[in-house]
Design a protein around this ligand. Sequence first.
Ligand SMILES: C=CC1=C(C)c2cc3[nH]c(cc4nc(cc5[nH]c(cc1n2)c(C)c5CCC(=O)O)C(CCC(=O)O)=C4C)c(C)c3C=C
Ligand SMILES: [Fe+2]
Ligand SMILES: [Fe+2]
Length: 356
Amino acid sequence: MTMTTTAPAAQATATTLPSAHPKIAFGRIGVLLVNLGTPEGTDYWSMRRYLKEFLSDPRVIEANRALWWFVLNAIILTKRPGPKGKDYETIWNKERNEGPLKTITRGQAEKLAARIGGRDERIVVDWAMRYGFPSMPDRIEALQKAGCDRILIVPLYPQYAAATTATVGDKAFEKLAKMRWQPSVRLAPPWHDDPVYIDALATSLEGHLKALDFEPEVILASFHGIPKSYHEKGDPYACQCIKTARLLRERLGMSEQKFRLTFQSRFGKEEWLQPYTDKTVEALAKSGVKRMAILNPGFTADCLETLEEIGGENAEIFLHNGGEKFAAIPCLNDTDEGMRVIEAVVLRELAGWIKG
Ligand SMILES: C=CC1=C(C)c2cc3[nH]c(cc4nc(cc5[nH]c(cc1n2)c(C)c5CCC(=O)O)C(CCC(=O)O)=C4C)c(C)c3C=C
Ligand SMILES: [Fe+2]
Ligand SMILES: [Fe+2]
C-alpha cells in the first residue's frame, strides 16, 4: 500500500502587524562598568551638585529623611564643598579636566573592550558613574539603542556594600522601569575571595614593594569604612573585607603583626567599622614604627580616598608622628593585573550569553 501526502494549503496571507512601530535594534550584549562617581569640577557648585546627589541617596545615608534633609542642606552642603574641592584639586587630572576615577574607569572599559571584543562580535563595552556623569540611565539607554537586549552591569566593588553595590542595582532598575522593551539584566556579584583577584593584588603589591628603597615593618590593607550600624543590620561588607585581607595575607605569607586590616574615610559622627586607618597610622608611628606601606584592595581605581586621603593625609600623619618612610601602593587600576580581574569577572558572568 502506498501512502500519499498532500501539502497543506499555502497560507493565503502573511501575518500582518496592526501598525508599524519604530525600528528597534536587538541581538547585542552590553557590558556596563560602573564606579561611584566624582565631581565634574573642583569649584563650589560642581562639588555641591556631586555631594548632593551622592548624600541624598538613602542607601548611603540611612538616617531619618526629614532630619537628614535639614542637616545636608543647612550644614554639609554649605561647609563641605569648599574644602573638599581643594582636596580634589590636589589629585585632579588637569589634562582631561576630570577626576582620576573617571580617567581610570574609562581606561578599564577601553581595555576590556580590546580584551574581550574578539570573543563575540555582539559585545559592546561601556562605562558609567553611579553619581554624576556619564550617568547610568544615559549609558543604559545608549546600550539599548546600540542593540543590546542583554546587559551585564558590573559595579566595580570587590566587596559588596548596600551603599555602593546595591545602589547601582537600584539605579539600573529605576531606568528599566521606564523602558517598554527592557533588556535582560545581570548584576555581577562581588569578587572579594576570587583567586584571580587575590593573586592580582599579591603580584601587584610584591612588584611595588620590590621597587621601594625600604622594607616596610607594617603593611596596612585599608578599606573604605561604613557605619557600624549598617554592619549590625546585616551588610556583608566587613566580613568580605576581612576575608579579602586574610586571603591576601596568607598568599603573601606575612604575619598578622606585619599585615593588618583597617577602615578609612569615616563620615559623620556615628561609629564606623574599626580599627580606623588614621588612628592606626598615628599609633604605629608613635609606637616607634619607622617604615610602613598602605594598599587599598577595596578600590578598583585610584581616587580621592586613596591618592589624597592615604597618599596625602595619612602619609603626613605618619611622618609627623615619628615615621620616616611611607608608601601608598597604587590600586590595580587598568594595569594588566587589574584588567585580568575585571576580564575574569566579566567572562564568568557572561556565561550562557556568549559563545563558550
Ligand atoms: C570602595 C567602597 C566604598 C564604600 C563602601 C563607600 C561608602 C561610603 N562613602 C561615604 C561617603 C563619601 N565617599 C566619598 C567618596 C568616595 N567613596 C568611594 C568608595 C566607597 N564609599 C569612592 C570610590 C569615592 C570617590 C572618590 C573620588 O575620587 O571622587 C565621598 C566624597 C568625598 C568627600 O566628600 O569626602 C563621601 C562624602 C559614605 C557615607 C559611605 C557609606 C555609608
Ligand atoms: Fe565613600
Ligand atoms: Fe576621604
